[in-house]
Design a protein around this ligand. Structure first.
Ligand code: ADP
Ligand code: ADP
Ligand code: ZN
Length: 214
């Protein structure tokens, strides 16, 4: 299965991506995770990306598209992948489509996790991520078993630099202006499945699996 997960910042893409990838045995390609990994190891890509991410802005298309192409040609993506957080602009979507065509493949599913704006601030401000494996928790909606510690790997939980109210508001503006147009783009150029993201994590994943298994 080759799929894209769309949704506003904090909609639950990363959380659901983990569950989907486990079930369908496909790699989870998160541009945000790739950038954060590069930021923490201070690679040239990380240093460049950080300038934009800390302000809540998008990393330039050219850089982001190259990162994704480099990842998609790796062997583990041959039989499927899940893209989380990419594409985020219509230009990225067009470039992805051209690239997939050039390697004789196409997308199976484009799925939107739909969450209204009112949910976004609380979802992002309360998010904590594992500094080792990147998994998301939430102080209220999805707390770890032991405070400050990752259930899976024992890593330390931290708050993302860009999960403060000011930057979240900017990310939401960027989403509305640059990413939301992808909904119409995929309605026109593909088909778009939509799942209500306001439910609990488990209900959302049940609904996603119903869509994917149908
Ligand atoms: P995204 O990858 O779309 O930015 P995440 O998966 O990181 O979103 O989720 C954002 C925050 O909201 C995290 O703290 C996560 O634990 C929490 N969360 C995810 N899905 C739900 C849900 N259905 N209900 C409540 N909280 C959720
Ligand atoms: P979220 O969905 O919670 O906003 P991500 O982890 O997907 O967060 O992305 C974090 C940041 O990384 C974004 O705010 C943006 O600066 C950058 N980023 C991630 N994916 C892309 C992309 N496809 N194009 C440009 N910038 C991106
Ligand atoms: Zn962990």
């Amino acid at each position: 299965m080759r799929m894209i997960l769309l949704g506003a910042p904090g909609a639950g893409k990363g959380t659901q991506a983990k569950l989907i990838c486990e079930k369908y045995k496909i790699p989870h390609l998160s541009t945000g995770d790739i950038f954060r990994m590069n930021i923490s190891t201070k690679t040239p890509l990380g240093v460049e990306a950080k300038k934009y991410i800390d302000k809540g802005q998008l990393v330039p298309d050219a850089l982001t598209i190259q990162v994704v192409k480099d990842r998609l040609i790796e062997a583990d993506c041959k039989n499927g992948f899940l893209l989380d957080g990419f594409p985020r602009t219509v230009f990225q979507a067009e470039e992805l489509s051209k690239f997939l065509e050039s390697i004789n493949t196409e997308l199976d599913v484009v799925l939107l996790i739909d969450v209204p704006k009112e949910f976004i601030i609380e979802r992002n401000i309360g998010r904590r991520i594992c500094s080792s494996c990147g998994v998301s928790y939430h102080v209220k909606f999805h707390p770890p078993k032991e405070l400050g510690t990752c259930d899976f790997c024992g890593g330390r939980l931290i708050q993302r630099n860009d999960d403060n109210e000011e930057t979240v508001k900017e990310r939401l503006n960027v989403y509305t202006n640059q990413t939301h147009p992808l909904i119409d783009y995929y309605k026109t150029n593909h088909s778009l499945s939509i799942v209500d993201g306001r439910d609990t994590i488990l209900s959302v994943s049940k609904n996603i699996f119903t869509v994917l298994d149908s």
